[in-house]
Design a protein around this ligand. Structure first.
Ligand SMILES: Nc1ncnc2c1ncn2[C@@H]1O[C@H](COP(=O)(O)OP(=O)(O)OP(=O)(O)O)[C@@H](O)[C@H]1O
Length: 244
């Protein structure tokens, strides 16, 4: 379970998130959609304890992100654009060192690496140094690292960006297979087809405000459109026209 309660984040005079409230449930793949600059990254970084809200509160797995950030960090896995890998380490070494942080035994670690090798098709990335990775190889290891301890809450910020169609397919299949009653995935994207494929419910953010939170069929019914991209345009245009 994850909640945002009247979350607001300002950068100086600029309001990046304004009074955002929603709840995502265990078992869901919950999508966060919005155009560039909508506030998706700000929201996900706040939930991941990487940014402090200006006002409002948020909880992840029942823990308050400000009062109990360590507990939140123990149960989340995060993929966001700014994550680097140590160039001299191989994928396997990166995964082992992360598993160590979660106090996984060597046996648990090797079994999990073998499982992720299969599910994310890591292949030769495991024994190649990160400094020699292509974008896709890097992103796969970043994702594997985020899920090494099988986190209860997985936060993916534009995780498919930069991936070719093969790697993207692997990622989307992984997200779907990772769905389980005790796990929650937060999936931010601006690619509507990805959201249509993997998300149970989506929140649409625009200029820091939440326009709607619902299942995709309900959003289509609400807007009278037949695909999410058109529904998204209708919602965003509606707000922009009302603002004029
Ligand atoms: N550190 C910062 N200082 C000032 N403004 C910021 C800062 N970080 C983000 N912003 C602004 O806040 C707004 C929301 O940014 P954010 O990165 O959360 O959006 P986003 O929905 O993730 O967009 P994108 O899809 O382009 O990554 C943008 O207008 C951005 O310029």
């Amino acid at each position: 379970m994850l909640t945002a309660n009247h979350l607001t984040k300002t950068y100086g005079k600029f309001t990046a998130l304004e009074d955002v409230s929603f709840a995502a449930k265990d078992g869901e793949v919950f999508g966060l959609l919005g155009p560039n600059g909508a506030g998706k990254t700000t929201l996900l970084r706040t939930l991941a304890t990487l940014l402090r809200p200006t006002s409002g509160t948020a909880t992840v797995g029942g823990y308050d992100v400000e009062r109990d950030p360590e507990a939140v960090r123990r149960i989340i896995g995060v993929v966001n654009g700014g994550m680097g890998l140590p160039p001299r380490l191989t994928g396997r070494e990166v995964l082992r060192s992360f598993a160590g942080l979660y106090e996984m035994t060597p046996q648990q670690t090797e079994a999990r690496i073998a499982e992720l090798d299969q599910r994310l098709e890591l292949g030769r990335t495991l024994d190649t140094k990160a400094g020699e990775y292509s974008t896709g190889m890097k992103q796969k290891v970043v994702i594997a690292r985020a899920v090494i301890q099988d986190p209860k809450v997985l936060i993916l910020d534009e995780a498919a960006s930069g991936l070719d169609i093969f790697a993207r397919r692997t990622l989307l299949d992984f997200v779907k297979q990772n769905r389980a009653p005790e796990r929650l995935t937060l999936y931010s994207t601006h690619v509507m087809s990805e959201a249509e494929e993997v998300c149970d419910r989506v929140a649409i953010l625009h200029q820091g405000r939440l326009l709607t939170v619902d299942t995709i069929p309900n959003i289509l019914a609400q807007t009278g459109e037949n695909n999410l991209e058109r529904a998204f345009f209708a919602l965003v245009k509606g707000v922009e026209q009302r603002a004029v």
